[in-house]
Ligand binder design. Sequence first.
Ligand SMILES: [Zn+2]
Length: 314
Amino acid sequence: MSTTSFTKRTLGLETAEPAVTPPPATNNTTFAKKPKLASKSRKRDIPEGLWTKCPKCSSMVFDKELDENLKVCTHCQYHFPLGARERITSLVEPSTFEEMDADMTSVDILSFTGTGSYKSKLDKYLKSTGLKDAVITGIGKIGEHQVGLGVMDFSFLGGSMGSVVGEKLTRMIEQSTKRGLPAVIVSTSGGARMYEGMFSLMQMAKTCGALAYHATARLPYISVLTDPTTAGVMASYASVGDLIIAEPGAMIGFAGPRVIKDTTQSELPPGFQTAEFLLDHGLIDAIVPRKELKARLVSYLTFLTPRAKQSAAA
Ligand SMILES: [Zn+2]
């Protein structure tokens, strides 16, 4: 160490001169090329936005392949979140979906402010997702069956249920009742939207009330739970289906596991709050992989709809 520092000092001239002037270009051409070669790294072979890393098995999945497989990992069958529009496309016959209340948007009734105002959050998600709120509703055809369909989208404020989500779903259910159609709701939600306080909690009773009328008319309602379906949504319309089906590995529950653990002061069993655990304990009726969902819905709807009604709808 000491020898090298000594030799450097003996060079003298170089260290005394500040290295402000650039080195002559002629001599350094071969040297200057080297970093260029080095910068031709592997990143060029894997362009950004073409591959997605699977959070379950850590393998890189080609985005196009993932889209073709309905956002299910081709290696481990992990079900990635699916947007509401993509979900509707995957379930409904082409050009049969008539959207309802497409322009209904949330209002900041309470002038809520916390880490950010509710208004600013709404504006942010309106821009980033292209959605007006966390649910899309309408009437469409699944196979031969005309159904009322509501599909939630987790990317809009965690799929939280505010007045708009509750109202759109209620109107869809009421319209289904009126027209004698089965109702299908695909849920994914973090729960009630706390920015709307009590107004969001009221949606639990409102949607369930509409479903009760729907049941009185002896019309089926199928609830599909996707990852995650929790809290106020799970405690209302998501859990009152005539049939409740879930996607594999979906997290389903009311409160989070940490809260339950703290409240009950006990260890939670392995796999707690997963679709598989709930199926074992009788809370849901079936687990259906995404690629089979449409076919299964068709067979369930055929089973649940009397023949007379089927021919009338056709
Ligand atoms: Zn995977």
